[in-house]
Design a protein around this ligand. Structure first.
Ligand code: 8DG
Length: 134
């Protein structure tokens, strides 16, 4: 099993989504940025590190959002997503092909990685703003 963390970065009632590039696995699909857990790393440290590597910003983890699993042909993924905020820095795209700030109601207009579909659905159904000061 591959453990992957993902950051739902929120700002001004929008969430940040990133498009996987041509040379990544599952290319050209949208996702919540993040990546694979390293040995001896906590989940929070992993998501903070990955976002710093991929987007060059420092995030603060507010809370766990959801954990779900998906079987791809290359392996079984456990995707753990967190609600986060940018603490410092300016976004630079280091690995992704594109980036967008979107309202939760607009998420259905983007083609997400299969493992992310339950995350998107939960965002659409439950929203997040009630629990966040933003
Ligand atoms: N970061 C991220 N990865 C996701 C999401 N949904 C999803 O299926 N994945 C998959 C794609 C990758 O197979 C894996 C995350 O690995 P990664 O983003 O660290 O990818 P990597 O650069 O190491 O990629 P690779 O070596 O597998 O090409 O999880 C998501 O929302 N965020």
């Amino acid at each position: 099993m591959i453990t992957v963390t993902a950051a739902i970065i929120v700002s001004n009632r929008k969430v940040l989504i990133t498009k996987r590039s041509e040379n990544m696995s599952i290319p050209n699909l949208w996702e919540f940025p993040g990546g694979k857990l390293k040995e001896n790393e906590s989940l929070e440290d992993c998501v903070v590190r990955e976002i710093n590597e991929e987007l060059r910003v420092r995030i603060k983890v507010l809370r766990h959002f959801t954990t779900n699993h998906h079987r791809y042909d290359f392996g079984y993924i456990k995707l753990i997503s967190f609600i986060t905020k940018i603490e410092s820095g300016f976004i630079e795209l280091k690995e992704h092909a594109d980036i967008k700030w979107v309202g939760v109601d607009d998420l259905s207009n983007y083609k997400f990685a299969p493992a992310d579909i339950p995350v998107v659905r939960k965002l659409e159904e439950e929203g997040i703003w009630a629990s966040i000061q933003d």
